[in-house]
Design a protein around this ligand. Structure first.
Ligand code: ADP
Ligand code: MG
Ligand code: MG
Length: 472
């Protein structure tokens, strides 16, 4: 692709204008943080989602590779989730120093103790990758098993880019067909509907667990509106506090909230310590877990997505415990970056010497939690000196350096010419009922592009923009 920084200024203005109009008309929007009620009242205080004006190049072979990994990771998550002892053992040391993870493990332990079985298991995942420039390897950043955002909006970005490319084919010299089809919203809605069908109670609803004041609500509304319009499934939205106040479990395990029977619980909250400001939220989480509602995710799926489990799975011979197919194992291993526990003295020594080659990660989700650069060295030295067990809260990961490229970002109606890097996420859905796998498929993609000088990649956190791909 030609350098978009060289686009004629007049054409650039037209493109930005068209992109902003398109986004407004098609619901590619988020709540505007400048509008007080934007996170509470839908339709109030909307702004276009932060976007890359044009799609960015990505090799087709690596895109295909990432797509092929989706069903294999689905299988892996399901298998690992069934091994309660593996999850407890892997996180045992972390538990001692990380209160949040410890609370999640307590719920998990309680479920093991009462012999809770989840016959119907639903996962809506997103596996994120970066393409390492030096090695030309597609390497996994992480696998998200809870509250994967942007399945509602990312398909719209692909539509927007295709629309711009086909309206400006000649001056841009780009082919809209090279932006791959993105079915993230419709696929996630379809699998949620299938899960609802498996629950087999026509009067039951899907409950979306939300954060109070969620500004990324339209991303969620895209899924629930599709559920309603295409599948005739009703949704309710509740915060954890509301679930505690309005929820109860009947003697047969049925979960009722606000008088509605819940077939499927879809978490878009509950992944961060701040989601649990009081005991009330933890009570709600436990109530849901104990119930017979289908959880997306269950506590086991949630824990399977932790960074510590990711690091454990990357150790020699661990994948073999969960998967039989040798080719699948090889494919997964090929996308694993270097991952180490902090009790690996050799790795820690190397990271202190070369902190820029590593990222230090706690057991957190949602962006903005990792440690980079000189802070890696300082943190490691501090932990060494204190000799504390706090080191078990973290893992070390090889830092991946993707190729920088020139791009145009649009945020708040203003366009910025930047040098950027990208992270590709592949959405996938998994649904099974006992021995029958009803669905295990890739569901679309999320491309996030961020200014290359920024360490973190969160869109909601304000570091990155939504993007799509131009295959080459
Ligand atoms: P979270 O669950 O908070 O999203 P991530 O592991 O995805 O945690 O890290 C957040 C961001 O940090 C990523 O989106 C990416 O931009 C950056 N990052 C994470 N791991 C690496 C890595 N190994 N190399 C380079 N950047 C990374
Ligand atoms: Mg994550
Ligand atoms: Mg992430």
């Amino acid at each position: 692709m030609a350098n978009p920084h060289r686009i004629d200024p007049q054409l650039l203005n037209k493109l930005v204008h068209d992109a902003l109009v398109w986004s407004s008309l098609h619901g590619l929007v988020v709540g505007d943080k400048n509008a007080e009620r934007s996170g509470v009242v839908p339709g109030v205080g909307m702004v276009h989602a932060p976007i890359a004006l044009l799609p960015n190049s990505f090799p087709e072979s690596h895109f295909t590779q990432a797509c092929e990994l989706a069903p294999i990771f689905n299988d892996l998550v399901d298998r690992v989730s069934l091994d309660g002892k593996f999850l407890q053992d892997t996180l045992e040391r972390t538990k001692k120093v990380d209160v949040f993870t410890s609370r999640l493990l307590d719920i998990h332990a309680r479920m093991l103790q009462i012999g809770k079985k989840e016959d119907i298991r639903l996962g809506l995942h997103r596996s994120d990758y970066m393409l390492d420039e030096k090695t030309n390897l597609l390497l996994q950043i992480e696998l998200n098993t809870i509250s994967c955002s942007f399945s509602g909006l990312s398909c719209l970005v692909s539509d927007l880019h295709r629309s711009l490319l086909s309206h400006y084919t000649k001056p841009l010299g780009l082919d809209s067909q090279k932006v791959p089809t993105n079915t993230s919203a419709s696929k996630f809605a379809e699998v949620l509907a299938k899960a609802w069908t498996e629950y087999n109670n026509p009067s039951a609803v899907v409950m979306v667990v939300v954060q109070p004041g969620e500004r990324n609500m339209y991303d969620q509304h895209w899924l629930t509106a599709t559920l309603k319009e295409k599948h005739n499934v009703t949704t309710i939205r509740k915060t954890l506090a509301e679930i505690d106040a309005q929820g109860k479990m009947l003697s047969d395990g049925t979960l009722q909230v606000d008088g509605e029977t819940i077939a499927v619980i879809y978490f878009r909250a509950g992944y961060a310590p701040t989601d649990y400001p009081s005991e009330s939220e933890w009570k709600a989480r436990l109530l849901m877990e104990e119930s017979s509602a289908i959880k997306c995710p269950s506590i086991s799926y949630h824990l399977t997505g932790t960074k510590k489990v990711q690091q454990e799975l990357a150790k020699p011979n661990v994948l073999e415990r969960f998967l039989d197919n040798k080719e699948d194992i090889a494919k997964l291993r090929a996308c694993f970056a270097g991952l180490w526990s902090l009790d690996d003295t050799e790795a820690v020594k190397n990271a202190i010497e070369q902190p820029d080659a590593y990222v230090m990660k706690p057991q957190r989700e949602g962006g903005g939690n990792n440690i980079y650069g000189d802070d890696v060295r300082e943190s490691l030295l501090r932990l060494q000196k204190e000799g504390s067990e706090e080191e078990a809260a973290y893992i070390l990961m090889q830092r991946i350096f993707p190729t920088e490229f020139p791009t145009i970002l649009v945020r708040d109606g203003i366009c910025y010419k930047e040098q950027a890097i990208s992270e590709l996420g592949i959405f996938s859905a998994y649904l099974r009922n006992k021995e029958t796998v009803i669905s295990s498929e890739k569901c679309g993609y999320l491309m996030r592009t961020k200014v290359s000088s920024s360490n973190e990649g969160g869109v909601a956190a304000g570091f990155a923009v939504l993007d799509s791909l131009y295959l080459n």
